[in-house]
Design a protein around this ligand. Structure first.
Ligand SMILES: Cc1ncc(COP(=O)(O)O)c(C=O)c1O
Length: 431
């Protein structure tokens, strides 16, 4: 080391290549900037974060009471490494009753939310340089691929397929791939796979694996994140790979949990389901990370998931209230579109998200400036309408994509009306 090194040199010593090149979440960054503006007194509707405001969407009362009771009963030591047995049994029952999926408690792994399970699935299945295929926009697959030192192969999707991939889009992309990461209902779009779309992909994956196994090659794994599946709206139906094609079971890992359906993002209970060997490997990986779900939460969640009536009542209520908000924004955007403004939205199907379009690049502001790109449009609606939303490029779509995610987990039902009227005023000022 040179004797001239300063303390600032020493604060920026190299770390691993993986960590050096890791990028933070674009959404969390954007949300941070918005919080700072709100703190300075700006009136902003912050619809950027895929989370709930607990004052508007509290967790189920029975779950809350259960967690408090379990802590009072001193359930404060390490949980079982693969999750408390009562919870794995409850999840097994829950998934059989509600989704018709039959996984034994030994094929279920519990962790502190869905994220560690996604991380562990990547670590368990993807070697450095392995190819991971995922559609964009989608949530965080780029980061998990980076963490596992794999290579991302992105599949661009558009409004014509509701931003979902299909066999046609995927068929040339799966060559030599180790994993296909899918999500439905999808974050950021709030859209779902149709039966035809997912069936086509399932057939494709099965054909690939039949050919690979005949040649003694490693299979293509299917990671299926269905964390929002219970929040389907109207007559939307959720489809999943193994129900559609049971032969896919040896290659499929489900990711699920209570974070979204029960507005319990801070409670931290998630589960994965899949072949026992893979669940065991993921358990070992997460054991070293220590990413368990707290024991009290697990025990309370086990009891709650077995309370059929309470669960039904809670789900019916949250779905109605989320749907009212999504519909409010959807209608507001349709009204603006009908009145000739260059905006659009896709009818909401599921989750807490609406896909909306602002086609404003190239338009002129009253001050005479031009909205040069999507970032300028995002900034304009934030400044002029106090509307904070996330452009799809934050989810891996092209920088020029004019589509946005509107998240309603922190919105009041009346917000849609106010936001759309502010947006109308901001749009009127453009030429
Ligand atoms: C598609 C998807 N999967 C998983 C997660 C993470 O869930 P958890 O909070 O249980 O880690 C999110 C959170 O936003 C998500 O959108």
């Amino acid at each position: 080391m040179k004797a001239t090194s300063t303390s600032s040199d020493l604060s920026n010593l190299p770390v691993s290549e993986m960590a050096e090149s890791l990028v933070g979440s674009e959404i969390i960054k954007l949300a941070g900037e918005i919080k700072a503006r709100i703190a300075q007194g700006e009136s902003i509707y912050n619809l950027t974060i895929g989370d709930f405001n607990p004052e508007i969407f509290p967790i189920p009362e029975e779950l809350l009471e259960g967690i408090l009771a379990k802590y009072r009963a001193q359930h404060t030591n390490y949980p079982a490494a693969n999750g408390m047995e009562s919870l794995r049994v409850a999840v097994s029952d829950f998934m059989r009753k509600r989704q018709g999926l039959s996984y034994s408690p030994d094929e279920i792994l519990i962790a502190g939310g869905a994220r560690p399970l996604i991380y562990a699935a990547y670590q368990a299945l993807v070697d450095p340089e392995d190819i991971v295929v995922f559609p964009v926009p989608s949530w965080n697959n780029n980061h998990y691929t980076h963490l596992s030192r794999g290579k991302a192969r992105l599949i661009m999707t558009g409004p014509e397929t509701h931003f979902m991939p299909n066999a046609e889009l995927l068929k040339d992309a799966l060559d030599g791939a180790r994993m296909l990461a899918l999500c439905s209902p999808l974050n950021p779009t709030g859209t779902v796979f149709s039966k035809e779309q997912l069936s086509g992909i399932c057939e494709l994956v099965l054909n690939i694996n039949t050919a690979r196994l005949a040649k003694n090659e490693k299979p293509l794994y299917l990671l299926f994140d269905q964390i929002y599946w219970q929040l389907t709206h109207g007559d939307t139906q959720h489809f999943d790979p193994v129900s559609l094609l049971p032969e896919l079971r040896p290659f499929t890992i489900y990711i699920d949990g209570i974070s979204k359906a029960f507005a319990a993002t801070g409670v931290r209970v998630g589960w994965a389901m899949g072949p026992e060997k893979i669940m065991n490997k993921m358990k070992s990986i997460l054991g070293h990370v220590g990413a368990w779900s707290p024991k009290a939460e697990q025990l309370a969640c086990a009891e709650y998931l077995e309370m059929d009536d309470a669960v039904d009542t809670y789900l019916a209520d949250i779905k109605t209230r989320v749907m009212n908000r999504l519909n409010g924004f959807y209608q507001g955007f349709q009204d603006l579109k009908r009145d000739g403004y260059p905006v659009d939205a896709i009818a909401p199907q599921a989750a807490i998200y609406l896909t909306a379009q602002l086609h404003l690049v190239g338009m002129k502001t009253q001050e005479g400036g031009i909205l040069e790109d999507v970032a300028a449009v995002t900034d304009y609606v934030l400044r002029e309408a106090g509307l904070a939303i996330v452009p799809f490029y934050a989810f891996g779509a092209e920088r020029s994509s004019t589509w946005y995610r509107i998240s309603v987990g922190t919105a009041q039902e009346s917000d849609a009306h106010e936001v759309c009227s502010r947006l109308r005023t901001a749009l009127e000022k453009l030429s």
